[in-house]
Each structure stands twice: as C-alpha cells, then as structure tokens.
Design a protein around this ligand. Structure first.
Ligand SMILES: Nc1ncnc2c1ncn2[C@@H]1O[C@H](COP(=O)(O)OP(=O)(O)OP(=O)(O)O)[C@@H](O)[C@H]1O
Length: 437
C-alpha cells in the first residue's frame, strides 16, 4: 500500500525535477541565483529517498546536456554508499539464486566473508573462496531492488502524467522521456548477466588488441545469475589513492596513460565502452597491471560518430567553424541532416565560441593548440561550458547527439577530474603518449 506521505514526496520531487529540467534549457530559461541552494536541498532529499533517487541524482550529474550546471555539479557528490545489509539477507539471495542452478552454498564455497567489501544502493560485494581455492568476489543484488525501482519510477511517471493533465503549461511532459531513459539505464544496471556480457566483451577486446597491461575480472558464468555475479577477485589498490599506488608502479601518470589508451581504443574496437570509470572502479594490481571493474554502465558509439567527434574538436582547435558545423551534423542523428543549414550553424558556432574564448584571458587570441596546457586543466569549468554550449547550439539547429554521447562526455569529465590528482601534467587531448583514434 502506498503511503500518502510517499506520494506527497514523489509530487514534491517531480516538481523540483520538473523545475530543474525545464530550467535547463528545455524551455530556454536561465538558472536563478538561488538555484545552487535548491540543488543542495534536492540532492539531500534524493540521498534520503534511496536507490531510485540516488540513481536519478547520478543521472543528473552525468547529463550536462539536460540539467543546469549548478545541479550537475552538486549531484556529482550524490553518495551511493549505504549501511551494509546484514549478511543473512545476502545469504538468502545467494541460496535462492544458486538453487536455480541446482547448487547449494556448501557445494561451492569454502568460505564467504560476512563483512562486505562494499555496499551501494543496488548491490553488496563480498569476498569468498571457492572449493577449488580460487579467490572470488560475489556481487549480490539487494532484496527487491528491481521492484523498488519499478514502483518508484512508476510513481514518478504517474505523477508526471497527472501534473501534465492538471497543469499543462508547466511542461512536465518533458520529464517522461527522462524517466524512460533512467528506467533503461537502471534495468541494465540490475541485470548482472548483462554486466557479465560486458566484461566478456571487454576481455575479448583486450585479447584482440594484445593488451597485456589491463585486465578485467574473469566471470564464473556457471555460478552467475541476473542477481548474483561471481567474479575473480583482483588484488591491489584503488586508483583513488595515489600514495598507495606508488607501491606497485613507478609513476601514476604512466598508469593513467595506459588506462586512457585502453579506454580510447575500446571506443571503436570493443562491443561497448565502460561508461562509469571513476577512480574507484580502477585498481592498480599488485603485479602492476590495471584492473577495470564494475561494467554495469556501458555505452555504444558508432565508430563513425566518434571519428566525427574527434574531427569536430580538431576543427574547433583550428577555429574552422565551417568544418566544425560539418562534423557536428555528421555526429548527430541523420534523419534531419538535410534540414540543417550548415552556414547558419557555422556562424552560430563562431559567435558562441568566440564569446566564451573572449571571456577568459587564458583563451584570448589563442587557438587551443597554442594554449598553455598546464593552465588548461585548471579551466575545466570553461571547457565544460564549451561542451554545454555546443550541445545548446546543436539543439537549436535540430541536431540531436547520439544518446551515448552523453555517457562519453561524462566519462571524459571523470578522467579529467582524477587526472588532476594522478597525472596533473598530462593533457588528455594533446599528449603524444595518448592515442585518441
Ligand atoms: N573483481 C573484484 N576484485 C576485487 N574487488 C572488487 C571486485 N569487484 C568489486 N570489488 C570491490 O567492490 C567495490 C564495489 O564493486 P562495484 O563497483 O562493482 O559495485 P557497485 O555496487 O556497482 O558499486 P558503485 O556503484 O559504488 O560503483 C569496488 O569498488 C571494489 O572495492
């Protein structure tokens, strides 16, 4: 039974999300000054409301094309760490899932550590040892996560529809596609068989490219189900900790170069690319190799779209706006290609970009390739703003970037953030050690 307070909360949230989304340019409005405080309040509310809202919060953080910068920034700190569930709940799920395979815990494990390695909103991770002596980790989906998400999203969707009928002028309809998108991402994240496939694809790619520097944990398919993922346990340190990393490598910067080269290569050579590679999902192993973990969120990009994206950035660095417009059209969805007026788009890009470049002394009179790149890293804000402006200009001209381009942008911003700690001297797009295409 739905509690009225829950329903009220949902309406409250939808109202706030509605404001966020409409403010964000769906209606072209600008964000008011007090908006940052609102963003903090909303983030706190989401953290309290649990799984679905935390995931929505993370969606906001990763979709600068849709939400105002204030919200994107504040939601980047949306915490997905929860108080661990007592092991008895996890054991119940393990028993149920293994029973589907005709197995029992006693058949398979010597031991399972009851203290989790990690506990987030969707899953809890425990280490264990198999009967054959292999060290593994068990990623176990928390009870009823799928039902909770479906109910919450259903409620939000329903609330949107009601608001839409009652107050059509508020443009709540624009939120339904957002909820659809979140539902799509969440259903992928709650299907561990899909995650297992993503890991397999990545391992095929490593093998195909003869990459000896990076690994992903081997999946134990015969023990894995939609709710339990059994994987090889990797031993090492998280790349959040650059001091700990130095025990196993000469320079974190070299590790960063190998990480970036592998990820960029995966964009065109792997079935999918890892789209949630924050420093916590990267490990430096005790043997010096790099471990990619947590393949719950992946993206797919047509090689042609990625090539066009790189060419677009290149055109921008040469201040060649005609060429920039050409590649932007190539990147976007093709159905309206013929309707986009390239000359007007080019002029629009030139106007907007020049305005941004003129705002900051760092950029005055310089093309990107002539900038002091050490300073460039301190200006990621301006770079983010440029990305947002490119999205905006595109939108005005009817160009819709590929869906997974948002995931790609988010990932690049992630790299940008932790490179500041691990490799402050490195410039992702200019360093000769890094191969982007
Ligand atoms: N194969 C592995 N070997 C060693 N440790 C692992 C492995 N897989 C996961 N872990 C540990 O468990 C933590 C959580 O795992 P994972 O990121 O897959 O779960 P999650 O629920 O998606 O978490 P989050 O949403 O915080 O990224 C990792 O940060 C890491 O510390």
């Amino acid at each position: 039974m739905l509690k009225p307070t829950l329903l009220k909360k949902s309406f409250n949230v939808i109202q706030r999300v509605g404001k966020t989304a409409t403010v964000a340019g769906l209606t072209g409005l600008k964000v008011a000054k007090g908006e940052k405080m609102d963003a903090y309040l909303l983030k706190d509310t989401f953290e309290q409301l649990g799984t679905t809202y935390i995931k929505i919060g993370q969606f906001i953080a990763s979709t600068p094309s849709l939400f105002p910068r204030e919200y994107v920034e504040v939601f980047q700190a949306c915490l997905d760490q929860t108080t661990p569930l007592p092991y008895s709940y996890i054991e119940d799920i393990l028993n149920n899932e293994l029973a589907k395979k005709g197995k029992t815990l006693e058949d398979i494990f010597i031991s399972i550590d009851k203290t989790p390695l990690a506990s987030a909103s969707i899953a809890q991770v425990h280490s264990a040892v198999l009967k054959n002596g292999d060290h593994v980790v068990l990623k176990v989906q928390k009870p009823n996560v799928d039902t909770i998400i479906e109910t919450d999203l259903g409620l939000l969707y329903g609330a949107t529809k009601i608001m839409d009928t009652l107050a059509p002028s508020l443009k709540f309809a624009s939120i339904s596609p957002i909820i659809d998108e979140i539902r799509l991402r969440m259903s992928a994240e709650t299907d561990f068989l899909q995650e297992a496939k993503n890991i397999d694809d990545f391992q095929d790619f490593l093998q195909k490219t003869n990459n000896q520097k990076v690994v992903a944990p081997k999946v134990y398919h015969d023990l894995s189900t939609q709710k339990v993922l059994v994987m090889e346990r990797l031993f090492g340190v998280s790349m959040i900790d650059d001091v700990a990393m130095r025990q196993y490598c000469k320079s974190p910067s070299e590790v960063m170069v190998d990480t970036l080269n592998t990820w960029f290569a995966s964009l065109t050579m792997c079935e999918s690319f890892h789209a949630d590679l924050h420093a916590g999902n990267l490990m430096l192993l005790t043997d010096g190799r790099i471990g990619f973990i947590d393949f719950g969120i992946v993206g797919k990009l047509e090689p042609k779209a990625w090539q066009a994206c790189v060419m677009m950035m290149d055109s921008f660095s040469r201040e060649d706006y005609d060429s920039m417009a050409h590649y932007m059209i190539e990147m976007g969805m093709t159905d309206k290609q013929n309707l986009v007026n390239k000359a007007v788009l080019s002029a629009d890009l030139q106007r907007v970009m020049k305005k941004i470049l003129a705002k900051d002394s760092l950029f005055i009179g310089k093309t990107i390739d002539k900038l002091d790149t050490t300073k460039l890293k301190d200006h990621s804000d301006e770079i983010n703003q440029m990305m947002l402006e490119i999205f905006e200009v595109g939108k005005r001209h009817g160009i819709h970037f590929p869906r997974d381009f948002t995931l790609l942008t988010k990932q690049v911003l992630y790299f940008d953030r932790f490179m500041k700690v691990l490799a402050p001297e490195l410039n992702m797009f200019q360093d000769k050690q890094i191969t982007i295409v």
